[in-house]
Design a binder for this molecule. Structure first.
Ligand code: ADP
Ligand code: MG
Ligand code: MG
Length: 251
């Protein structure tokens, strides 16, 4: 599904990603962990196609296409979902209306008929049950005045509605309480399927008490310095990141 090879990326002339290699297959959940400032959010942003990052070397292929050649909108249409670290607020636009447009754009890109109001509502009702989101939240302006937990729930609801093939969730390093983490984890678990994959970026070991990743990778100083299964996350919980820093090759 996704193959990242020797990816180097810079921002404002400073190299942040220094040769990332990662392969993600359908059905897999990958956790990317690592100390603050390692480049986790940069990696997520590069995959989403945010413009301020310059790719200086390497390649990313997604479903056998060059992902880096696609603009962010095309990526979304082809099934890449990035839950932004700080979701945007859109005053005056309800979550429902925002999603209706987004869902129909994705459907159009996939050669499917647009959903009419009735089918869209039916689809919403089904997904609301899965994500356990309240109708009232969906009628409010997108993200405006949402609590951290509400933003998270809304983000996961968007993911459920858009039915992405590859989801990239970048979790903030602070400000998320345990309930918000559970919402994210629960959503990822429920939406997991044999055809879809997720990359969950997190500073927190705690999130991985609720999501069971198939692979855990530690990003440090712009490189993946260690990969393993969920036991690596437990080891990090116990020992912190200092031993990783000591073991990491100098770059
Ligand atoms: P993490 O998510 O692992 O905490 P980031 O990817 O946010 O790490 O940041 C990695 C490094 O890149 C940091 O030193 C950060 O200051 C720098 N960086 C990231 N984005 C930008 C940007 N838009 N402009 C300048 N520096 C940036
Ligand atoms: Mg950070
Ligand atoms: Mg980050």
């Amino acid at each position: 599904m996704l193959k990242i090879e020797n990816l180097h990326a810079s921002v404002e002339g400073k190299e942040i990603l220094k040769g990332i290699n990662l392969e993600v297959k359908p059905g897999e959940v990958h956790a990317i962990m690592g100390p603050n400032g390692s480049g986790k959010s940069t990696l997520a942003s590069v995959l989403a196609g945010r413009e301020e990052y310059e790719i200086t070397d390497g390649s990313v292929s997604y479903l056998n296409e060059d992902l880096l050649e696609l603009d962010p909108e095309e990526r979304a249409h082809k099934g890449v979902f990035l839950a932004f670290q700080y979701p945007v607020e859109i005053p005056g636009v309800s979550t429902t209306n925002f999603l209706k447009t987004a869902v129909n754009q994705v459907r159009e890109a996939r050669g499917l008929k647009a959903l009419d109001a009735v089918s869209f509502l039916k689809e919403m009702k089904e997904k609301m049950k899965i994500v356990d989101i309240d109708q009232a939240l969906l009628s409010r302006s997108l993200n405006e005045g949402f609590s951290g937990g509400e933003k998270k729930r809304n983000e996961i609801f968007q993911m459920a509605m858009l039915e992405p093939k590859l989801s990239i969730l970048d979790e903030t390093d602070s400000g998320l309480d345990i309930d918000a983490l559970k919402i994210v984890a629960d959503g990822v678990n429920k939406l997991k399927s044999a055809e879809t994959a997720s990359i969950v970026v997190t500073h927190y070991q705690r999130l991985l008490d609720y999501i069971v990743p198939d692979f855990v990778h530690v990003l440090y100083n712009g490189k993946i310095v260690k990969s393993g299964d969920k036991s690596l996350a437990l080891e990090l919980e116990e020992k912190g990141y200092d031993w990783i820093k000591e073991e990491a090759p100098a770059v």
